[in-house]
Design a binder for this molecule. Sequence first.
Ligand code: NI
Length: 187
Amino acid sequence: MIEKIREQAKRRTKPYGCHGWDHVERVYDLCCFIGEKEGGDLETLKIAALLHDIARDQRGDHAKSSAKEAERILRTLGFQQTKISRIVDAIKTHRFSGKSKPRTLEAKILADADKLDAMGAVGVYRAAAFGAEIQRPIQSTIDHFNEKLLKLKDMMYTKTARRLAEGRHKFMLAYLKQIEKETKLLS
Ligand code: NI
């Protein structure tokens, strides 16, 4: 069943870029890793991870539209309503700039996994890819670290994610220091 959902999700996701298929696969792996340590229903986590960004290309709140699309897919595949609600709820609340906060453990883990993938070396790659996608100059990408990405470590819900975030945060600080030096922003 997971494989069927993976196929559906992959078909709806770009193979490259900031929110490319590689992002979904990393979030999936992070959800499995965190879920094994923190508990939570692994099947719910895996499916929520695969479907969390399927409506990325649509306007408006992508978490909400992805949740809606996920609900439709899971209904077609014959999932029970209680399971669907749990998965859909996690997707709906995963956005770190969203208004609705994650309530269930699975929702918290998905939100943490998604934030972790915006940090560290992968975070640097994704910030640059995103900058290119929205045609943002280098300084705005650097500002994005200070305004958003450096805050993520204090926004984790689970202990396991907090631990993983530490190293990634340190790497981003070192990266920022170095890029500021190279671009002479401090002189
Ligand atoms: Ni995501």
